[in-house]
Design a protein around this ligand. Structure first.
Ligand code: GNR
Ligand code: NI
Length: 164
């Protein structure tokens, strides 16, 4: 296993829409293992494939307190959602900033697991928030897109300074 470098905003690869996963081969299993290692090391509660430069509809998550509930979402879809709520959010691709974003507090997810088996689940709170955050990544969207252009510009300037 290996940790992978995480891309930072404004890398254009974070803005590309990802492609459906069609093959559940050894290469995909290795990528999933490396994404978990990268996420736990960061540390973070979720990681989308395009954050490590792979343009596939795949994300890993673990929103548990004990970090013992790894979850793989391949080709995820939101089936249903309810109750909007403002929640504080951060992103490994936008380091050192957090802000409030309005998300659905409950979602119903359909996705494939690491072997290509379909599953559905209902999530609330942090897990629901994280599912929406990762699906946004897979659609080329970042949480800062929900903030004012003034805040977004400030974040962009900070990251540019940090990168040099
Ligand atoms: O580690 C993360 N924490 C987090 C907190 C609130 C809402 C979403 C997240 S996801 C983030 C990791 C990440 O950037 N995943 O794409
Ligand atoms: Ni993120």
């Amino acid at each position: 296993m290996a940790t992978l470098p995480i891309l930072h905003h404004p890398d254009p690869r974070l803005r590309k829409k990802t492609a459906l996963v069609g093959r559940f081969d050894a290469e995909l299993q290795r990528l999933i293992d490396d994404m978990f290692e990268t996420m736990y090391a960061a540390p973070g509660v979720g990681l989308a494939a395009n954050q490590v430069g792979v343009q596939l509809r795949l994300a890993v998550m673990d929103c548990s307190e004990e970090h013992d509930q790894p979850m793989v979402m391949v080709n995820p879809e939101l089936l249903d959602h309810q109750e909007r709520q403002e929640m504080e959010e951060g992103c490994l691709s936008v380091p050192d900033t957090r802000d409030k974003v309005t998300r659905f507090n409950r979602v119903r997810l359909r996705a494939l697991d690491r072997n290509g088996q379909p599953y559905e689940l209902e999530a609330e709170g942090l897990m629901a928030q994280c599912i929406q955050h990762e699906i946004d990544h897979l659609n080329g969207k970042l949480y800062i897109d929900y903030l004012s252009s003034l805040k977004r510009e400030r974040i962009r300037r900070q990251l540019r300074k940090a990168a040099t």
